[in-house]
Ligand binder design. Structure first.
Ligand code: ZN
Length: 270
């Protein structure tokens, strides 16, 4: 829990009972992402403290509420942290990730680790421990982009650039390196403006698009993991016990060269 900005603590809290259509999940691993770091440092405008953080979660269903089949107890699930209203304009066109009344686990108030089992991974037999269920994340290059392009034989620039670093200066570089007719995806939440030269953008007829959270893509990502198209184990660099949560945040924030995705380990499950 972040008790207030820059004060992180491991605390005991009452165990919530799942309500109608909800399940309670015993957490196995929780990934730390940039949003958690922003919340810790008081840089997320949506957060009211104290806040139980964490939204990249995998675990076991240990209790179900009314209208949920009891057979779901014991099911391993990856938790989609978005809770959307289902009736506003973005929801009506299949984009609940930008719902007018969006609540995100670990960010917004009044929600605990309890949510409807809308999108989950059904896996009755125990799978490989931890890593295959880890939340996917993106990773920045270890080497300068032009060198990486040469090494990979990318001629004329990449046709798709995803800015997962999210520093305002990165967008300028993305415009510079992208191939003509290329696409540039933005994920950042910085309030600092980025310089976007119109000349370069128009000359190459680039397309810029923004992406937030996910729009019901958990099943697709799970399929990609199962088929080997996505290999999350390649980006999970550390598994840190919950009791050492401070060290986990330090790794994420201060040691980006060795840490790509740090998982908090909540211990074996019964
Ligand atoms: Zn909505």
């Amino acid at each position: 829990m972040v008790e207030e900005a820059r004060r992180l603590a491991v605390v005991e809290r009452p165990v919530p009972e799942p309500g109608r259509g909800e399940v309670r999940v015993r957490v196995r691993y929780a990934g730390i992402c940039g949003s958690d770091v922003h919340i810790l440092h008081g840089r997320n405008p949506f957060v009211v403290y104290p806040r139980v953080i964490g939204r990249e979660i995998v675990g076991l269903v240990e209790s179900v509420g009314r209208d949920v089949p009891p057979q779901r107890v014991g099911e391993r699930v990856a938790v989609d942290p978005e809770i959307a209203c289902g009736s506003c304009y973005p929801c009506s066109i299949g984009r609940p990730n930008v719902c007018h009344r969006l609540q995100v686990l670990g960010v917004h108030p009044r929600r605990r680790l309890k949510r409807p089992p809308l999108r989950s991974r059904r896996q009755r037999s125990p799978g490989p421990p931890g890593i295959p269920d880890a939340a996917a994340a993106t990773i920045e290059p270890r080497e300068p982009l032009p060198e990486a392009q040469r090494r990979l034989g990318v001629d004329g620039g990449p046709t798709l650039v995803i800015d997962a670093v999210c520093h305002p200066a990165i967008l300028e570089e993305a415009l510079r390196v992208a191939a003509p007719a290329g696409r540039i995806g933005m994920l950042g939440f910085s309030s600092e403006p980025s310089a976007i030269p119109q000349q370069e953008t128009t000359r190459k007829e680039l397309s810029l698009f923004a992406s937030r959270l996910n729009a019901g893509t958990f099943p697709q990502v799970i399929e990609w993991m199962k088929s080997g198209r996505l290999q999350p184990e390649r980006i999970v660099s550390h598994r840190v016990p919950l009791a050492e949560v401070g060290r986990a945040f330090e790794l994420t924030e201060n040691d980006p060269r060795s840490s790509s995705k740090v998982l908090l380990d909540f211990g074996p499950q019964a």
